[in-house]
Write a protein that binds this ligand. Structure first.
Ligand SMILES: Cc1ncc(COP(=O)(O)O)c(C=O)c1O
Length: 391
């Protein structure tokens, strides 16, 4: 075998995703792109805000543009801008020294998990969870422990507390959630914070909370509470991929609560990993992000799509929970085998992802980061697939 043994199953898992892309491409080539309803990707298609585009053009034209290596933790002005955001949004003072600019939220998660987790320790996350978490856990040599959420995909804190063991090192949450759209409440976070504090004392070892928040600005009325207010031993991860529609530019950050145990060491370790892997986050987009302070994509576009896809599914008979944020819907599969159901949808030229890819079989994920015409065109297919599945 020419590759490392441990990579073999990971490559196979990527092949499944790659095959899905290729199948989508094949269907689009055969039937035309407007006759294929592709809800499989979380790639934002609404344009970045005008304020950002203008700032980027001015920056590129400016002699002040810096093309050199950036400091490993990131340019100071952007870390100061991130700190200002925490102050105005969450009422907390984060010193810029506890902010690390990263290659997207993925880069931040890889940095922080490798910084915190010893080989064999566990990373606990509520399910359904973003499928990247299996990969980040793999790279950090961490065991991934998934704990089911409640019927509305909110935290089941008692179940999480029961799953803590002396091996638990990190609890990783994501709100607004991909794939469920759940936004965890202040009371849920507080209960989780209390459970983490109890378990840390019981096991004589600090358990850290990592909160992955790339959809923080994409909500439909819900307010995203601050995890920093719920538990000081927390690290917040965020990126500009979704809130500024810059997914391909790979820019994000993490911030450590100043009262977290060993906060300075944690930041130093995460920065060391960042330096080993990528040297520094993309410098151009660090410089551009400063100028986009306060900007965000037009969430009303996502809200219209959410309402539209919910109407489509409701009238076809599907069972689902209304998403409070992000741009995904996670309906129940009308048959027990979610993979089989995604195949039935494919015969209607509708592409979605099976729930088991998110640690939750029996469901499927729709990404509504797609034009409204795609949603309108899929109506009959969703209806027919439901009838077929129900036999
Ligand atoms: C929950 C969640 N976390 C992290 C990421 C990775 O985001 P980024 O593009 O900022 O690396 C994604 C991307 O879809 C996501 O949905």
């Amino acid at each position: 075998m020419p590759i490392a043994d441990r990579m073999v199953p990971r490559v196979a898992a990527f092949a499944v995703i790659k095959n899905m892309f290729e199948e989508g491409r094949r269907l689009k080539a055969e039937f035309g792109p407007y006759n294929v309803y592709d809800f499989s990707l979380g790639n934002p298609d609404v344009p970045p805000p005008d304020q950002f585009r203008k700032a980027l053009r001015e920056l590129v034209a400016s002699p002040a543009l810096n093309h050199g290596y950036a400091p490993v933790t990131g340019h100071l002005p952007v870390r100061e801008a991130v700190a200002r955001r925490f102050r105005s949004e969450q009422g907390i003072e984060i010193p810029p020294d506890l902010v690390l600019m990263t290659v997207g939220a993925s880069g931040a998660l890889n940095d922080i998990l490798r910084a915190l987790v010893n080989p064999g320790e566990e990373l606990l996350t509520p399910a359904p969870y973003f499928l990247g978490y299996e990969n980040y856990a793999f790279l950090a040599d961490a065991g991934l422990v998934a704990v089911p959420t409640d019927a509305r995909f909110h935290l089941d804190v008692a179940a999480m507390a029961a799953a803590f063991t002396p091996k638990t090192r990190v609890v990783l949450i994501n709100s607004p959630n991909n794939p469920s759209g759940a936004v965890y409440s202040e009371a849920e976070l507080k209960a989780l914070g209390n459970a983490l504090q109890d378990a840390s004392i019981r096991f004589g070892k600090r358990i850290y909370l990592v909160s992955d928040e790339p959809y923080r600005l994409i909500t439909y009325g819900a307010v995203v509470p601050s995890v920093f207010a719920a538990y000081p031993h927390s690290i917040v991860v965020n990126s500009y991929s979704k809130e500024l529609s810059l997914a391909g530019e790979r820019i994000g950050y993490l911030a450590v609560h100043p009262r977290a145990d060993d906060a300075g060491q944690i930041l130093a370790a995460a920065a060391a990993v960042n330096s080993m892997l990528v040297v520094n986050a993309p410098s151009l987009f660090q410089q551009a992000a400063v100028k986009a302070e306060g900007a965000g994509v037009d969430v009303s576009l996502y809200r219209r799509r959410r309402d539209l896809i919910c109407d489509v599914l409701k009238s076809a008979g599907y069972d689902f929970t209304l998403p409070e944020g992000a741009f995904y819907l996670f309906p129940k599969s009308p048959m027990a085998d979610d993979v089989r159901f995604t195949e039935i949808l494919k015969t209607e030229r509708i592409l979605v992802s099976p729930g088991r890819a998110f640690g939750t079989p029996g469901y499927f994920r729709i990404s509504y980061a797609v034009p409204e015409e795609t949603i309108r065109g899929s109506v009959k297919g969703f209806q027919r697939a439901f009838q077929k599945a129900r036999g």
